[in-house]
Design a protein around this ligand. Sequence first.
Ligand code: ATP
Ligand code: MG
Length: 399
Amino acid sequence: MLQSRQFARVLDQWPKDEEAINARYLIRAGFLSKTAAGVYTLLPLGQRVLHKINAIIREEMNGVGAEELSMPALIPKRIWEQSGRWEVPVVYKLTGADGEEYGLGWTHEEVIAEIGEKYLVAEKFLPRAVYQIQTKFRKEARAKSGILRGREFLMKDLYSFHATEADMRAYYEVVAEAYKRVFARVGLQALVCEASGGDFTKDYTHEFQVVAESGEDLIYVCEAGCGFCQNKEIAKVGAGEQCPQCSKGKIEEKKAIEVGNIFRLGKRFSEKFFMASYGIGPTRVLGTIVEVSHDEQGIVWPEAVAPFQAHLLVLGKEEKTRERAKDLYEKLIVQGHEVLFDDREEPAGVKFVDADMIGCPYRIVISDRVPEGEVEIKKRGRAKSEVVGEEEMIKRVFG
Ligand code: ATP
Ligand code: MG
């Protein structure tokens, strides 16, 4: 991508109406634009990152045998009334041309259970699993956390259907493992945390929590690292007490962001099968990555989800230098590499500042001073740069 052709760009100033780190950095760096409180546009750079997160999620969901589908956002009141969830406070309600009332989809258990009842009519059709990556709407009271808490946001929701409770429980464990791989692959350290089922189920649910100062959840974690983790809302222990699991460590209270949540629903939504549901918020994941991976200069993207693997900068006045950079850019593109090329007529200082703000994993510089056939490379987040030959750079940056 040529930076001179980008629709959006790095802004000179921090947004005035945002407190959350994720929104401040993403807006400043040109990934995100605010349309209303809790309602955001993902600009092209943000969309690239989201695609990568979604691709990882899709791979892992397909890997556990789930098929992708797409359910509506406009859901008739009838469906919500059957489950008793028409009166849930987060539902946006609207009236159609026919006078019919609708709720905007905030989760899809009811919709998929009804479809499941049509197809999964005998034991021989079970087990089955389907998922979607789709826009959800929730009337969130507070929308001060940027894309961590949208009123409109993206969710990957997976639903599984089973003939027996044992089968549901076994598959739940399989999906939990896939969730761990998703979070590890996008560069997040997620703790598996027990929590109450809330509106969904009486059974324990499992939340995937990323420790972060900006987190709205409080969790209790064993300091000895035995894996014990409970949401404070249900916790049977208190901070400072001995860990009930390993009896070695003490329980610490931490702030955390819930990036995923899985539920054993049993027969709550249909008498015909046991169901479980599994959610991840890809837009919340994107925001969480920024919350835990940035410095004063800007975002520091993990390689797996970076908008581009490398940011190529050309500095200097000489025509020869510009030609060299252009040739290198074209060569890298032909090789199939993802490169953002800062070909703008801007001073070096501006280019460096913008590159750090955008946060691609590698910066490659060609300038009048760097000898022909060589480039300067620097890994984002490190202080030192190095001058290496072009082929060596390709190996190191894209190898
Ligand atoms: P929270 O407690 O943070 O409000 P929740 O428990 O209501 O979330 P779930 O119904 O479990 O959320 O939704 C599944 C996943 O969808 C969450 O783990 C989170 O990643 C994401 N998610 C939920 N609400 C939002 C939101 N308002 N904005 C962005 N992502 C969200
Ligand atoms: Mg949840």
